[in-house]
Design a protein around this ligand. Structure first.
Ligand SMILES: [Zn+2]
Length: 341
């Protein structure tokens, strides 16, 4: 414990130094606050329901009945006594659709899916929304192409799509994990750990997807994050097979790319966020690959108007036990705490 605290102090000092050289903070640059519409919804009690059964049905967690009770104390006198037809308030999310009037919206090709925005219900809320984007998971996305860069310039670094191309796969299938599990399912499992950790810490969370298939390509996901979140973290596993460690995709050191909007206004904050996340993950004992950065001009980076990174939380053979995913989630939370400190 003592050791951990020491590491965190060092990390915080390092982050503070980095923050001093930044040209703009997220707030100064006009990050859009998420809409203030209510996050409550209602549920009508069915014959045979109990609070724990409703909590299980709505949140996948029977023990959440206490929260449900707390939220409805004005109408429930005894948590064991609820009746069919009774209307309960439920926390605390709303579904977010793609908006075709947004800047660059015309560049997205797969836009029908809905993301889900969760509001933290802890006392000390951070008033920051973090987009957690579980990489891949869009049926048919690999057969569609979208413009790599908003200005139509060619891609610089070879990733799923080769350098020189102006159009890239709208969203790729992802790699196959050594266990035979698709990357999309592995990233989704990790995303749920991160979501829980962030909500517990007072962050609001925008989940791009919570099922195997959401019809949102990389541009659509990025624009939704741009308009509803303060930071965007895409979770991925790298294709290598040597448990290479965590890293993030940093913004390529190319004058033309760094001069192109919106990259030009945001690239320092993208890299800053990435470095904070890697520090947080190291603080949780995860090993990093080289210096924790790999230059890539991703579609996500090219369209982001909030701090935004692609975070590779391991590769095809990395340990994905609950214990490791909990560490990943805590590391990401610590990294965000540093970034917004
Ligand atoms: Zn991936």
């Amino acid at each position: 414990m003592r050791m951990k605290r020491k590491v965190l102090i060092v990390l915080a000092a390092a982050a503070a130094m980095m923050l001093q050289v930044l040209p703009v903070s997220a707030e100064e640059a006009g990050v859009q606050a998420p809409s203030q519409e209510p996050f409550l919804t209602t549920y009508t009690v069915q014959q045979g329901d109990s609070l724990s059964a409703i909590a299980d049905k709505m949140y996948g967690d029977r023990s959440a009945w206490k929260k449900l009770y707390k939220l409805n104390k004005d109408t429930i006198r005894d948590p064991h006594l609820i009746y069919a037809g009774q209307v309960l308030k439920l926390k605390a999310y709303r579904d977010i659709a793609f908006d075709h009037t947004w800047d660059y919206a015309g560049n997205a090709a797969i836009t029908d899916g809905m993301a889900r925005l969760y509001r933290s219900d802890v006392k000390l809320r951070k008033n920051k929304t973090i987009c957690i984007n579980a990489g891949h998971g869009t049926e048919g996305g690999a057969d569609v192409k979208t413009l790599c860069h908003p200005d139509g310039s060619p891609k610089l670094v070879t990733g799923t799509t080769a350098a020189g191309a102006t159009y890239a796969t709208a969203i790729s299938k992802g790699v196959m994990m050594a266990t035979g599990e698709p990357e999309a399912s592995a990233t989704l499992r990790a995303a749920f750990f991160v979501k829980d950790e962030l909500l517990k810490a007072g962050y609001d969370v925008l989940m791009i997807r919570e099922s195997d298939d959401v019809q949102l390509d990389n541009i659509a996901r990025t624009l939704i994050a741009d308009h509803y979140a303060d930071a965007h973290i895409a979770l991925h596993y790298d294709s290598t097979t040597n448990d290479k460690g965590v890293f993030f995709c940093s913004v390529p050191d190319s004058e033309s790319y760094r001069n192109m909007e919106p990259v030009s206004s945001w690239w320092q904050l993208h890299d800053m966020l990435g470095r904070c996340l890697i520090m947080g993950l190291e603080g949780e004992g995860l090993s990093k690959w080289k210096n924790g950065e790999l230059e890539m001009d991703l579609t996500q980076t090219s369209y982001s108007t909030i701090p935004s990174v692609d975070l590779e939380i391991g590769d095809t053979v990395s340990d994905r036990s609950d214990a490791v995913l909990s560490s990943v989630a805590r590391g990401i939370r610590a990294g965000l705490d540093l970034f917004f400190a």
